[in-house]
Design a protein around this ligand. Structure first.
Ligand code: GAF
Length: 390
């Protein structure tokens, strides 16, 4: 895109921004089921009570757009009818969504948008899905594009795959849009069948501990893991054409291929099979109000991610290990794609404060970083709020 123009200050006429509508677009947590979505497996995520807030207004032009991020203190403008080229940062999530809308024949008119985020970038709580889905939901409403919630989920995922170049699965966008307050979503990423699971954690809460590291290999290793899983499937498929993804492979079949698969690929596949089983077991434990069992499965998930799938990092492992001998912490694991970001912890309420202090002190001593402590609640997905017209 030749004519993208960035600006460091809010345009003057944004000072009294008379919005036509606002959108609240949440980040997400995932209780268990990591790196299973692109293997057509199961996940157990939810949107959270931390979000990106968008304000939109049409600007009465055919295709001129201005976006300003209060969080970054900068913005950019462009024309929708231009051919978009990849930019350096967060602009790509915006342009990716608009590119998808154009491809779908759902091109919006010109608009202005201000956004403000409560979601730390690189923390593994999917600020990117929140950005994509919030923009798509806002434009859908503003220009009557006639998109369903599922359309918004799918086009946002495609924006990330095709424009941003991250080969992500569907979990983040699905959770950001489809969640219901106080519930987790048990999602079958093959057919998108979903069940809302009441998230009653009794005397416990969900606590995110942000390592505040974000190792640069995250994107490339993510795509490598995906390719490794596909490699396993392509080998097994030769004799078993019914196998479409690792979701279709059971333990016995995998063992039969142990010799034919590279050791690393075998380990990755075993992790995915076991993690899918853990999601189902964890859902059962939650329904049976067995939080200790739920927590044990979280720890097992982390071990799989650390040793079999190898997407953790020393900072995440430090935090999980630090929790291990505390009987008031039921479960702890890295969350999201890995190589940094947050751990998610199931912890008894009365111990949150002193544990946060203790962990923060130890983490700072070890890595020289003050971690962020973020208490989260499962909350509703993307919400459009119509502003009262003056
Ligand atoms: C990232 C991706 F975007 C998701 O699709 C999912 O694969 C996750 O990593 C790992 O479970 O958040």
């Amino acid at each position: 895109m030749k004519h993208i123009r960035t600006f460091q200050k809010k345009p003057e006429d944004f000072a009294n921004f008379n919005a036509s509508l606002s959108v609240h677009s949440p980040g997400r947590i995932n209780l268990i089921g990591e790196h299973t979505d692109y293997n057509e497996g199961f996940v157990l995520p939810s949107a959270i009570d931390k979000k990106i807030k968008f304000q939109f207004r049409p600007n009465n032009t055919e295709n001129f757009c201005r976006i300003f991020s209060e969080t970054f203190g900068k913005g950019f403008e462009f024309r929708i009818d231009e051919v978009f080229e990849k930019q350096a940062g967060w602009e790509n999530y915006i342009l990716g969504v608009l590119e998808q809308l154009k491809k779908m024949g759902k091109t919006p008119g010109g608009f202005d948008c201000i956004l403000k985020s409560e979601l730390p970038v690189g923390a593994g709580i999917s600020s990117s899905a929140a950005l994509e889905c919030g923009l798509a939901a806002g434009l859908n409403e503003l220009f009557n594009l006639g998109l369903s919630k599922l359309d918004i989920v799918k086009l946002s995922q495609k924006a990330e795959n095709e424009f941003v170049g991250n080969n992500c699965g569907i979990m983040d966008q699905y959770a950001s849009v489809m969640s219901k307050s106080g519930n987790l979503i048990l999602l079958d990423c093959r057919d998108l069948h979903s069940e809302y699971i009441h998230a009653d954690f009794k005397n416990c809460s969900l606590l995110l501990l942000n390592t505040k590291v974000s190792h640069s290999l995250a994107d490339s290793e993510y795509n490598t893991r995906r390719a490794e899983c596909e490699k396993a499937v392509s080998i097994i498929q030769k004799d078993h054409p019914e196998v479409k993804s690792l979701r279709d492979v059971d333990h016995k079949t995998l063992e039969n291929y142990k010799k034919q698969l590279d050791e690393k690929i075998y380990r990755r596949s075993l992790y995915v099979i076991e993690e899918n089983e853990r999601v189902i077991e964890a859902t059962k434990a939650l329904k049976e109000e067995d939080l200790k069992q739920f927590g044990r499965l979280m720890y097992q998930s982390h071990e799989g991610l650390q040793h079999q799938y190898e997407v953790s990092c020393k900072e995440l492992d430090f935090m999980v290990d630090f929790s291990r001998d505390k009987n008031y912490i039921y479960g702890s694991r890295m969350m999201g794609g890995g190589f940094g970001g947050c751990t998610i912890n199931l912890i008894e309420n009365e111990h949150i404060d002193h544990y946060s202090t203790e962990l923060s002190r130890a983490y700072k001593e070890k890595y020289g970083i003050d971690p962020d402590v973020i208490k989260v609640l499962p909350d509703a997905g993307t919400t459009v709020v119509k502003e009262a017209k003056p």
